[in-house]
Design a protein around this ligand. Structure first.
Ligand code: ZN
Ligand code: ZN
Length: 270
């Protein structure tokens, strides 16, 4: 059983109203032994209507108190999901240096200067071009930036755009395997991990992000560090579909997972 969920949001994120305590209680109910809060910071997010940033002092104050309160029942880690853009290296590094974060997920939330979650980019460009551009920008970011621990939801962009046949994005993945290979090689060279994100199942996808083809390729190329997260924005989604993730992990021959404490990877069994 996967007892570690290293990706969840609370009301510290602009797109969530979940109370941290409710996330913890949900995790306990599901039998988890470790969780990590990873609220959003997306500096210079292109949509000025949403501010993906929060008061880090309040964040640590509230989560540290909860961590102490729940000690012995569940391990609570304090992380962040950082939106990556090539010019943000120094700014992100400073934030991570100034605060004792356990974990940083680096995520690509932007393509052609907009979040693919919005319809606009799909109206402006052919879908195939958006998928490829997203991966090109991801490759640039993981190459330029060093400040993250794992790459979040590598093929996130395929949740949007054209509906995938049976929810399977295999064709897009195979078409872009050259770029994906480059991304994975950079991650491995820099000792960065790959996150498996189960939120895709809640968007009617057949696979988590990334597709099992990518997970297999990461292992083939020598990658070892894999983390799992449900990317819950509501407490009820903590550890959502982890049974399906477990099947994928077994099919891909993943032997261990990792968690991060004070930015250091630790191997865990599942
Ligand atoms: Zn994300
Ligand atoms: Zn997230």
């Amino acid at each position: 059983m996967i007892k570690t969920d290293l990706h969840m949001h609370s009301a510290f994120s602009a797109d969530s109203e979940a109370l941290p305590r409710d996330n913890i209680e949900a995790a306990l109910e599901k039998g988890l032994d470790t969780i990590c809060f990873t609220d959003h910071i997306d500096y210079d997010f292109p949509d000025p209507e949403i501010l993906f940033d929060f008061n880090i002092e309040d964040y640590f104050h509230e989560l540290t108190a909860l961590r102490e309160e729940y000690e012995g029942r569940i391990r609570i880690l304090i992380g962040v999901e950082m939106g990556m853009q090539p010019h943000l290296g120094e700014r992100i590094s400073k934030t991570l240096h100034d605060w004792p974060f356990d974990f940083c997920i680096g995520s690509q939330h932007v393509v052609f200067n907009t979040d693919p979650y919005y319809q606009t980019v799909w109206e402006e460009y052919p879908c195939g071009m958006v998928y490829r551009k997203y991966l090109e920008e991801t490759l640039e970011n993981v190459s330029v930036l060093d400040c993250f621990d794992v790459l979040g939801h590598l093929d996130y962009v395929t949740r949007y755009g054209v509906p995938m046949p049976e929810g399977k994005n295999d064709e897009v993945i195979l078409e872009n395997m050259d770029l994906i290979d480059e991304i994975l090689k950079v991650l491995i060279r820099k000792d960065k991990g790959l996150e498996i994100n189960s939120a895709a199942y809640r968007k009617d996808q057949a696979w988590p992000n990334p597709n099992p083809l990518v997970i297999r390729r990461y292992l083939e190329l020598g990658g070892e560090i894999i983390t799992v997260g449900a990317d819950a924005h509501r407490s009820m989604d903590v550890a959502a579909d982890f049974d399906r993730v477990k099947e994928v992990l077994e099919a891909c021959n993943v032997r261990a997972l990792y968690r991060y404490i004070r930015r250091k990877p630790e191997r865990i069994e599942f």
